[in-house]
Design a protein around this ligand. Structure first.
Ligand code: C5P
Length: 343
């Protein structure tokens, strides 16, 4: 979700007295409705053609003025946050440092993240933390960094970070970081089936290469997404979209985590319009034909003892979460705030 919008770009850093003391920004988790993976480049990265859909499952980053860079996770987060790294290995910390370095300032902020996107689940939660941190710190530090510069910083942090800055629905090429918005009619209703144990993205890509090298999967052609999928997305036709969902990382994810096959089958048996492994896994995304169908599928899976979340998309491309802050907060959002005179 874009909390700091283009209206604040191209500004010089604000004098300290004008800078907000506290900013909240959000960025969405995602599913890849299509993910076509080419052969690895010499640097190990794979060329992709992917269709991202941002979900109304958002990560929230609160940035508060501080004398140093600190990170904590909100223990009341819907997702279990115990044991998550808060040091320099955390992508949010790296995002704050990268933005400060770009601006030539010291990275001084206290960050607090409320996690709603499953961890290591193939839904871009860590990327969303990084994107929301860029937006929050940009506003906290009064930088007004132009959008294309924020994108360049995002791209260097990870292939999924640029999409988390934008939200909505987009075709991603390159490493998935070159984005072109695509029309999407929503809401599309999803049921996300969590696996309980995260998976490593590099490991899933490596397994794909291994299966292709061993001839167990076909050799990759040029990475392309089906035109029929884009048409179904534009029309908001869940049944047609469900029929065209495709993910080259699904087979390697299932090989590494065989029980995912049963999860997909359970979703299909309950009448989901489509089912696929999300990104590099292990979360399984089920597309439902309606809100009521999603509620039924989610209830049936929960009754089987599975851990499920409901989400819809496209989301995340607008509106700051003003209601997430107490009304008394002086500079409450990363959007141009009402307490500040335009300059
Ligand atoms: O860019 P990001 O840090 O999200 O990527 C994590 C890992 O996923 C990379 O180190 C690489 O192993 C794999 N990856 C890839 N090709 C891509 C994106 C990610 O091989 N296009």
């Amino acid at each position: 979700m874009i909390a700091a919008d283009d209206a604040v770009s191209d500004r010089a850093p604000r004098p300290a007295a004008e800078a907000p003391r506290r900013v909240v920004a959000t960025a969405p988790g995602k599913v890849n409705l299509a993910l076509a993976v080419g052969a690895p480049e010499p640097d190990g990265y794979h060329p992709l053609a992917t269709v991202f859909l941002a979900l109304d499952l958002v990560e929230e980053v609160e940035a508060t003025a501080s004398d140093a860079l600190r990170l904590a996770f909100d223990p009341a987060s819907p997702i279990e946050v115990a044991g998550l790294a808060c040091d320099d290995s955390n992508l949010a910390i790296r995002a704050a440092r990268a933005l400060a370095e770009h601006a030539g300032i010291a990275p001084r902020a206290s960050l607090r993240i409320t996690k709603r996107v499953p961890i290591a689940g193939g839904m871009g939660g860590g990327s969303a933390d990084a994107a929301a941190t860029l937006l929050a710190c940009d506003a906290l530090w009064g930088l007004g960094t132009p959008r294309e510069e924020l994108h360049a910083i995002a791209r260097a942090l990870g292939a999924d970070v640029p999409f988390a800055l934008e939200g909505g629905a987009a075709l991603g090429t390159g490493r998935g970081d070159l984005l072109e918005p695509v029309p999407a009619r929503g809401p599309l209703h999803l049921v996300l089936v969590l696996d309980g144990e995260g998976m490593s993205t590099p490991a899933t890509y490596r397994e794909l290469d291994r299966l292709r090298d061993a001839g167990e999967l076909p050799q990759p052609g040029p990475a392309e997404v089906p035109a029929a999928l884009l048409a179904a997305l534009a029309a908001g036709d869940a049944e047609a979209l469900g029929a065209h969902l495709a993910n080259d990382l699904e087979a390697p994810a299932i090989r590494l985590r065989p029980r995912l096959a049963a999860t997909l089958a359970a979703g299909r048996a309950l009448g989901a319009a489509g089912a696929l492994v999300s990104g590099s896994g292990p979360t399984v995304a089920l597309l439902a034909a309606s809100d009521a169908a999603a509620a039924e599928i989610a209830a049936s899976l929960a009754a089987e003892g599975r851990s499920v979340l409901r989400a819809s998309g496209p989301a995340g491309a607008s509106a700051a979460p003003d209601d997430a802050l107490p009304a008394a907060a002086p500079h409450p959002t990363a959007s141009p705030d009402s307490t500040e005179e335009p300059r």
